[in-house]
Design a protein around this ligand. Structure first.
Ligand code: DGL
Length: 276
């Protein structure tokens, strides 16, 4: 196995394009770092699948990124972070950061009324990972979880504004509005895209775990002496598990920049190579 060094890239994966919201925050905070991003577009969405299936996919994705030589793995998917962080942390020889811990910490310090709501996919909400992480910090905080399964397909379809997404948000979020909570965690990588719509529906403080995760990545790399020194040439490499077309067009919208260096891979094959 390659020795881990500060010159290696940060590896990021998500079930698809949503994790680009996390990548965007990481590149904003750490512009000198090389990044390899894997979007498991052939098997998206994860949010409706069982924890066992999500763990299997996540391990395959992680092993693919390890095979490219990364210094830290970022699970830029709430569903995967909710159910596979422990497994990946145990299996990989590099630090692993998920999005749940950073989001939970931000929520716990933001709530004044000690009442937090979390929205996410069905698998994320059913796992109660956010609730556990918030209560570990402060057991007196009450946490309400609301699954919003229609948000991901609407966002993927580009319906990020207008009546359909507004009414959907109002319907999903009315329990939040009438529950006396003072902060809402966007527990899904897609949701920052419709932040304005969600904000309008709840009118309380929103916690975006993407920005918090980027801070966590910087902290972990700094503590390990693994931050890369500033350099002129920075590489951004993208991999997908299905044809790249839709990823590129929607991804450029998410990321706010061109996606040039992209290839299609089969992560199941890497698992065989990596685990012998
Ligand atoms: N990336 C997923 C998450 O953050 C949303 C999309 C999916 O269901 O795969 O939970």
């Amino acid at each position: 196995m390659q020795r881990v060094s500060a010159e290696m890239p940060i590896g990021i994966f998500d079930s698809g394009i949503g994790g680009l919201t996390v990548m965007k925050e990481i590149t904003r905070l750490l512009p000198e770092e090389d990044i390899i991003y894997l979007g498991d577009t052939a098997r998206v969405p994860y949010g409706i699948r069982s924890p066992e299936t999500v763990r299997k996919y996540s391990l395959e994705n992680a092993y693919f990124l390890m095979s490219r030589g990364i210094k830290i793995l970022v699970i830029a998917c709430n569903t995967s972070s909710s159910v596979s962080l422990d497994l990946l942390s145990e299996k990989l020889p590099v630090p692993v950061t998920g999005v749940v811990g950073p989001g939970a910490r931000a929520a716990a310090s933001a709530t004044k009324l000690k009442r937090v709501a979390v929205i996410g996919t069905e698998t994320t909400i059913n796992s109660r990972a956010y609730e556990r992480a918030i209560k570990e910090i402060d057991d007196s905080i009450s946490v309400t979880g609301v699954a919003c399964p229609l948000f991901v397909p609407l966002i993927e379809e580009g319906w990020t504004e207008g009546e359909v997404v507004r009414l959907t948000a109002e319907k999903y979020l009315s329990p939040v509005r009438y529950n006396g909570v003072d902060c809402l965690v966007l527990g899904c990588t897609h949701y920052p895209i419709i932040k304005d719509v969600i904000e309008d529906a709840v009118k309380i403080r929103l916690i975006d775990s993407a920005a918090e995760t980027a801070k966590e990545v910087r902290r972990v790399l700094k503590d390990a002496g693994m931050l890369r020194r500033s350099r002129a040439d920075v590489s951004r490499e993208f991999f997908v598990t299905d044809s790249p077309g839709k990823f590129v067009s929607a991804g450029e919208r998410f990321l706010g920049r061109k996606i040039l260096n992209i290839s299609r891979i089969n992560p199941e094959k890497t698992l065989q190579v990596y685990s012998g």
